[in-house]
Design a protein around this ligand. Structure first.
Ligand code: COA
Length: 261
């Protein structure tokens, strides 16, 4: 992809990514590093964290933990602040998913996803506030069009992402006066992610996904990273409290692809 941004867009900036040892979060972190930012990664798996950190040629630090555990995300944010200084950008990219009907998931299965997506976003934002550069910081949550569309097999994600969207708006209201912008990205079907591996595991399911997207293709992690760069750029300085879709129009089309699950 040809980027519209100059290579030093984020020179001197710092960024913290929760849930960024793979997929969309990692791709955004890599893009921000390429644009000059120093980055901190946070994820559950030590092995994945080390592999992710090794992919950076610029300064990148990291810590392991679980966004569901307030103390672990708080200490990772404190460490990142110590190492990199005030945080300019915060990404809440940790997410969980598995396809199952409501009657096919236990209360604990529902809770696991709501806790990762919604409570994890709250924990990350709440713990980060003390370490964000004020004014000027940007907080980016990761939603999904599940917040607007009722997808069968996705009761947990629909409930969690609806919460993430509303949390994004409330934090934009509360933190706007501090000069912090809070907004979100709603990725559609993005190729090469754990989510797509789980939701469209067969060639037939992948085809059905693409057929349901007005642009007739899955997105790439680079598509999402480019939007993230814009949202954090000076060009977006009057944007806050809204979710921005990067989904090829799939949010317009509804849940046809889940019929194949
Ligand atoms: N169908 C039904 N229930 C399922 C399930 C499935 N496919 N997969 C997990 N669960 C249930 C478990 O049975 C468990 O419930 P129980 O205790 O009543 O048996 C509950 O979910 C929690 O599972 P567990 O594996 O202990 O939780 P975890 O915290 O280790 O993992 C998940 C959380 C379940 C969300 C896991 O899929 C995960 O770690 N996902 C992260 C990666 C990911 O999903 N990426 C895609 C993002 S779009």
């Amino acid at each position: 992809m040809t980027s519209v941004f100059s290579d030093n867009l984020f020179q001197g900036k710092t960024a913290f990514f929760a849930g960024a040892t793979s997929g969309i979060g990692l791709a955004i972190a890599q893009r921000f590093a390429a644009l000059g930012a120093e980055v901190a990664l946070f994820g559950r798996s030590r092995e994945k964290l080390e592999a992710a950190l090794a992919s950076f040629s610029t300064r990148a630090v990291g810590a392991t933990g679980d966004v569901r555990d307030y103390a672990s995300i708080q200490s990772a944010l404190a460490a990142a602040h110590e190492q990199l200084g005030p945080l300019d950008f915060l990404f809440c990219a940790a997410a969980g998913n598995f396809p199952a009907p409501a009657l096919g998931m236990s209360a604990n299965g529902f809770k696991a996803v709501v806790d990762i997506d919604l409570l994890g976003t709250f924990n990350t934002c709440r713990a980060a506030h003390a370490y964000l550069r004020k004014p000027g910081a940007v907080v980016v949550t990761i939603g999904a069009n599940h917040s607007q569309i009722a997808y069968p097999m996705q009761a947990h994600v629909c409930a969690a992402k609806a919460g993430v969207e509303m949390l994004t708006r409330v934090l934009a209201m509360e933190w706007g006066p501090d000069g912090i912008r809070v907004l979100g990205i709603t990725p559609g079907p993005i190729d090469g992610t754990e989510g797509m591996r789980r939701l469209a595991p067969t060639p037939e399911a992948r085809r059905a996904v693409c057929d349901a997207v007005p642009l007739r293709r899955m997105g790439t992690t680079a598509d999402v990273a480019e939007l993230a760069a814009f949202l954090c750029s000076p060009g977006a300085s009057y944007l806050t409290g809204a979710m921005y879709a990067c989904d090829g129009g799939s949010g317009l089309a509804g849940p046809r692809f889940t019929e194949s699950l």
